[in-house]
Structures are given as C-alpha cells and as structure tokens.
Design a protein around this ligand. Structure first.
Ligand code: SAM
Length: 233
C-alpha cells in the first residue's frame, strides 16, 4: 500500500492495541485519518481534528457524517467528531488530558521556533497520555527518484534519524515522556541501513515523572480554537 496509507494504518494499529478514549489529530487536513478512525473506533468516544487551514477542513468534512447504516444500527457507545481551525502553537485548555495526540507529517511544515512552541504546547500544556509524530527521514531521500531538495515545497526541514531522535529525547527529558522509534516504508537490500522512508516516534507519558497530575478537559468548552464542524453519533 502507498506510504500515506501505511502511516494511517500505524495509527489504527496503535488505537486497536491501546484503546484511547479521546483522540486529537493535528494537521488533519482533508480528514482522511479521522475518516479511517471513525470506522475503526475501538472505543474512541471523542475524535478531534485540528488544522490551521479551515478551507482544507471544509473540503471533505461531510465524509465524517453518519452513514445510513449508522442510523440503522445505532451504536450505544458515545461518539462525536469535532473539527477546529487552530494551530499547534496555541494553548487550548479544551485539549488537555487527551489519551492520544497524532501529528502525521506535520512538524516538517513548522519553522524551527514553532517546533519549539509545538513541543511546549503538546507535551507541556496538553500533556496527553501518548503522542505519535511522523516525519520524513532525510536519509531515505537519495532513494526517491528525481528528488531534488525536500519532498514538498512547503517543508521547512527534513530530519535525519539522529536529528529526529535528538529532538524527541529532548522533549522526553523536559516533559517526562518515554519514546520508541519506528517507521513505515522500508528500504531493501544494501540500502536497508538508511532506515524507514517515514520515521515515527511514539511517546508515552512517564507517570513516574513529576508533572503527571494535569487538569482534564472534561466539562470545559473550547475558547481558543474556532469550531468548524461537529457531529454526534
Ligand atoms: N496529516 C495529514 C495526512 O497525513 O494526510 C496531512 C498532512 S499535511 C502534509 C500538513 C497539514 O498541517 C496541512 O493540512 C496544514 O494546513 C497543517 N498545518 C500546518 N501548520 C499547522 C499548524 N501550525 N497548526 C495546525 N496545523 C498546521
């Protein structure tokens, strides 16, 4: 399957294994991952999509609406999807205490000072139980035919494994998380040692850390993000 599908599948597998109740997808764009997660709910009760670009949210958001089959076989577990226009650099109290935050191919679109803010907002302020971050592995680029420079004109950087891991370990030290590295899209033969095409970090809150007792978003209304779409199943 194409790489983007492998990235979504990685998240779906994680959800299947860890069963988060509240999930937030940053940089959700045309809601493709959200749409998959709605079909593979595995106990998710609230699914938030956040993107800085409201026009991109509007494009396909109606694909998140219930289908006729959802009405014919109503589920009694609570389930809602909400889309917001907002930035990973904004502190929205409503987003604190989620179980899982996903950032699929997002950080490489941020200027370096915004990566710093992103780290503080996500790991320091929101402090979710787990965070999945995917980003291109620059070491894989020589294997991509015809590629000059970055994989996308909007990328501000593409990190080697060492650069990504260095950032991730810094985040763990500062905000009490532990991290495991993985990826999707494997190189073959003697290219194997360049690593995955997409590198992935899975962070878990380290509950032995000091700042484990953060407020939860329960009963708080969003005050910073702008609501774009909401559907309750
Ligand atoms: N995650 C999606 C996927 O994998 O299919 C789309 C990734 S797309 C390459 C990056 C997305 O991040 C874009 O939709 C862009 O609007 C969004 N984005 C860029 N900067 C952002 C920010 N500061 N806060 C929230 N979203 C942002």
């Amino acid at each position: 399957p194409p790489l983007y599908k492998q990235r979504y599948q990685f998240v779906i597998d994680y959800v299947k294994a860890h069963r988060p109740r509240k999930v937030l997808d940053f940089g959700c764009a045309e809601c493709a991952l959200l749409k998959k997660l709605k079909f593979h709910r595995n106990g998710i009760e609230i699914l938030l999509g956040v993107d800085i670009n409201s026009a991109i949210l509007l494009k396909k958001m109606h694909s998140l609406a219930p289908l006729v089959s959802d009405y014919l076989q109503p589920s009694y577990e609570p389930f809602a999807i909400e889309l917001y226009q907002g930035s990973v650099t904004e502190k929205e109290p409503y987003t604190r205490g989620f179980d899982l935050v996903t950032c699929v191919e997002l950080i490489e679109h941020l200027e370096m000072e915004d990566v710093e803010r992103f780290s503080e907002v996500v790991f320091g302020f929101m402090a979710p139980g787990a965070v999945i971050v995917t980003t291109p592995n620059a070491e894989f680029n020589p294997l991509l035919p015809g590629l000059r420079g970055f994989r996308n004109y909007d990328h501000k950087f593409e990190w080697t494994r060492a650069e990504f891991q260095n950032w991730a370990h810094g985040v763990c030290r500062e905000y009490s998380y532990v991290v495991e590295f993985s990826g999707v899209g494997e190189a073959l033969g003697h290219w194997r040692d360049v690593g995955f095409c997409t590198q992935i970090a899975v962070f878990q809150r380290d509950f032995r850390g000091i700042n484990w007792c953060m407020g939860s978003s329960e009963h708080i209304e969003p005050s910073v993000y702008r609501l774009v779409y909401r559907v309750v199943y």
